[in-house]
Design a protein around this ligand. Structure first.
Ligand code: BGC
Ligand code: CA
Length: 421
């Protein structure tokens, strides 16, 4: 499948990265040139939906902070379901050699990203549902880690079943863990490497499949052990390095369409600053020809959320996903700087150790900033302490808009207070 991506020439990219240096006008006036206080400026929360980290319930105060506030992310349920289907399809098509130690159990281990992040919880639920290992509590699949379940006695998961070459096998979640660094950074690839190391020492022969909530952790486990032991690994994000590893045996990943999300993040800001409908160049074509397809995203009104629709990336189609940092040609048409004058946008990335955000999302933001005439300042947090980000926004008044990727999904108020001062 050709996704129709396009790469900006290096010269343009260089301009985009250092774009504040080549601003045509440094005007901070906006939205019909009125003097606007920070609390009324456009805010796009992205990748980490403001929500209760216990229940996943959206934080409606954050999402309605002002009339120019939105969330941009992926449809977490749809993407997680795709990952689950990919895993069970792969397992069901294997022969009996998938059961490496011949004990009649297809044992998998699961690297969980962040218990308090609704994408992570959806992925755990969908993986368990697909493998038949899910257990429900109050009608909702439990997404907690099991720690160890070698004998199948856990009450957080149950044994599933699959038939390979006419023989019935148990599918068992042998172990799962939230992968946090010692200082508390979630979705942590090093933590996944440490955990796998421990698991291999304790019960390496039992591990037949590795499931990871994201590619960063998955690739680390693939490189460190799974690849050389012929154990299939499934990830999520379709980062370039993981997609490239598919030819070496990395089993598959899910593209959450960073090239669509990064565009929407900045395009909504552009639209709010221009005082036009938020959907301009998104659901409706703009004067430069930018528009997304229906299959790329949808808008969830109640959550004020623009959600990208995910795609599975496997051996069958990985060649058209080898460069996830290429912008999407449907929305790569340069805006006219006269009608869309340069504006200054502050953006943060929650962690310096997150492969998806730093490897895939950030370069896309930089390229789209160029296309949309936005001068972006991107600051990076440490992944565990919100003040590592807020301290890098000493004077919010310097910017026309903000795109926020907070560390903890229930910390939106910290940013709202900062903008309301
Ligand atoms: C990605 C993860 C990433 C996380 C950060 C998720 O959508 O799949 O790779 O670590 O976002 O919030
Ligand atoms: Ca086995």
């Amino acid at each position: 499948m050709n996704l129709g991506k396009k790469i900006l020439p290096p010269i343009l990219l260089a301009f985009a990265v250092t774009s504040s240096a080549c601003a045509e006008t440094a005007s901070t006036s906006m939205m019909n040139d009125a003097i606007i206080s920070n609390k009324d400026k456009p805010v796009v929360w992205f990748n980490r939906q403001p929500s209760n980290s216990e229940t996943g319930e959206p934080d409606y105060d954050a999402i309605t902070f002002n009339k120019h506030t939105y969330y941009v992310g992926a449809d977490t349920e749809q993407g997680a379901a795709l990952q689950g289907e990919m895993i069970i399809k792969y397992i069901s098509e294997c022969d009996s050699s998938l059961d490496r130690n011949g004990d009649g159990i297809i044992g998998y281990v699961l690297a969980i990203g962040d218990d308090g992040h609704n994408s992570s919880a959806s992925r755990t639920r969908a993986e368990r549902k697909a493998c038949g290992t899910a257990v429900k509590k109050n009608d909702v699949i439990i997404s907690d880690a099991v720690e160890l379940n070698l004998d199948g006695s856990s009450n957080i998961v149950q044994d599933g079943h699959v038939t390979l070459e006419g023989k019935d096998y148990i599918i068992r979640e042998l172990a799962s863990k939230e992968m946090k660094s010692p200082d508390g950074a979630t979705w942590n690839a090093d933590a996944a490497a440490v955990a796998l190391d421990e698991w291999v020492k304790q019960f390496g022969d039992d591990i037949d499949v590795i499931i990871s909530s994201n590619d960063g952790m998955g690739l680390k486990m693939f490189d460190n052990w799974a690849h050389s032991n012929g154990v299939p690994v499934f990830g999520y994000d379709a980062n370039g390095d993981c997609v490239a590893a598919i030819k070496d045996g990395f089993c598959g990943s899910i593209s959450q369409r960073a090239e669509v999300q990064a565009y929407m993040t900045l395009r909504i800001i552009r639209n709010c600053l221009d005082g036009v409908d938020a959907n301009t160049g998104i659901a409706t074509i703009d004067e430069a020809g930018n528009v997304l397809n229906e299959a790329d995203f949808y808008y969830a009104d109640r959550e004020r959320a623009f959600k990208a629709l995910n795609l599975a990336v496997t051996e069958d189609n990985y060649q058209s996903h080898l460069d996830p940092r290429a912008t999407y040609d449907m929305v790569s048409h340069q805006l006219d700087a006269k009608t869309h004058p340069r504006k200054k946008v502050w953006i943060n990335i929650y962690s310096d150790k997150d492969d998806f955000l730093s490897q895939t999302y950030q370069p896309l933001l930089q390229q789209y900033a160029y296309t949309l005439n936005l001068d972006v300042t991107i600051v990076i947090g440490n992944g565990y302490d919100e003040s590592s980000i807020t301290s890098q926004l000493p004077n919010p008044s310097e910017y026309d808009a903000y795109a926020i990727n907070m560390i903890k999904t229930d910390h939106a108020k910290i940013y709202m207070d900062l903008l309301s001062k």
